[in-house]
Design a protein around this ligand. Structure first.
Ligand SMILES: [Zn+2]
Length: 331
């Protein structure tokens, strides 16, 4: 099934058309190359390695920094999170935090849904999960190059469509999706609440939206985060990787001496994440996800609940952990 009829120009909202197309024989009508332009003929978009690039041309320098940070990250570790143990762990966590608990209940929820969107899909791990559990179409968007890696991995799945796009200006019509999930991504946009409201516009009436955002920490930790991030977000990838590595190894050393001390430093002073269940690279990257992107907003439960309430959504599930807030609601 062709992707084009589903898309809308992220600048003017009109439908899109294609010229100079080469069609893939494998996926029937999926586009490999060509130029997309909107019905008004005002805006043009390229297709990169089979993935439509529907980014508006006027992204801010800060948004570009976030896109570059994640492009760098995912290009360096294209297999990240795809090993069996990581997939299992993430899926379990996903089902718990959004209230389904079991895959069967999640599958029941997806049954009969026509269109599902993962906003900020990274390497497409969740896209794969949805696609394996629904007969509907699953769309994934991400602002970074990660979408190309995701496409390499997932292009064989007939119900998956991946697009490089800005989740704050989605290339879709309003009221389009039965379910939108945005897991650990909204807090990296310029304004979490505004971006959430924009996603809600694309949810169908009686459709659902699930988000996970960072939780506010103790005042001292919040202060330290703001101060440290004012430096680390200006660093090059390599410099920030070295800094994040030092934080991880510090966390490991202190945790070996005294786990309570490490937890106390972590929650009250600064992020020095270390967890023995993960390898060194993963531990470093978890720190780096915190320190490098220009935007990494933190929120309180009341704040996020009020976004749902003011958007007229009925809460379906709430989960609060030390690190984040997960809420699912129905329009
Ligand atoms: Zn347009």
């Amino acid at each position: 099934m062709s992707l084009i009829p589903h898309l809308a120009c992220p600048q003017c909202g009109e439908g899109l058309q294609i010229r100079s197309a080469e069609w893939s024989g494998i996926l029937d009508a999926d586009v490999l190359n060509g130029v997309l332009y909107c019905d008004r003929g005002l805006h043009e978009y390229t297709i990169d390695e089979g993935v439509p690039v529907l980014l508006p041309p006027d992204m801010s320098a800060e948004q570009k920094q976030v896109a570059d940070v994640y492009s760098d990250k995912w290009r360096r570790i294209p297999g990240y999170g795809y090993d069996d143990a990581a997939l299992e762990f993430q899926r379990e966590w996903y089902l718990q935090k959004f209230g389904w608990r079991t895959v069967d209940r999640f599958r029941e929820f997806l049954l009969g849904q026509e269109r599902v969107l993962d906003a900020g899909c990274g390497l497409g791990r969740d896209v794969k999960f949805y696609a394996e559990n629904t007969n509907g179409l699953v769309f994934g968007v991400d602002i970074s190059d990660s979408i190309l890696v995701a496409n390499e991995r997932l292009r064989h799945l007939p119900n998956v469509h991946l697009i490089r796009a800005d989740m704050t200006r989605l290339p879709f019509r309003a009221n389009y999706f039965d379910f939108i999930s945005s897991d650990q991504a909204l807090h990296h946009t310029p304004d979490t609440r505004d971006s959430f409201n924009r996603l809600v516009d694309h949810v169908k009436p009686r459709g659902q939206i699930a988000i996970y955002v960072y939780k506010k920490k103790s005042p001292a930790r919040e202060y330290a985060d703001d101060m440290m991030r004012s430096y680390t977000t200006e660093m090059s990838y390599d410099d920030c990787a070295a800094f994040s590595s030092a934080c991880a190894l510090f966390g490991r050393t202190v945790a070996k001496l005294n786990l309570d001390l490490q937890r106390s430093i972590y929650w009250n002073l600064f992020k020095c994440f270390w967890d023995d269940r993960y390898d060194v690279t993963t531990n470093v990257l978890i720190n780096m996800d915190w320190y490098h992107p220009k935007y990494a907003w933190r929120h309180s439960l009341d704040e996020v609940l009020s976004w749902y309430e003011k958007a007229g959504l009925a809460i379906q599930s709430t989960d609060v952990s030390d690190s984040g807030i997960s809420i699912r609601g129905c329009k």
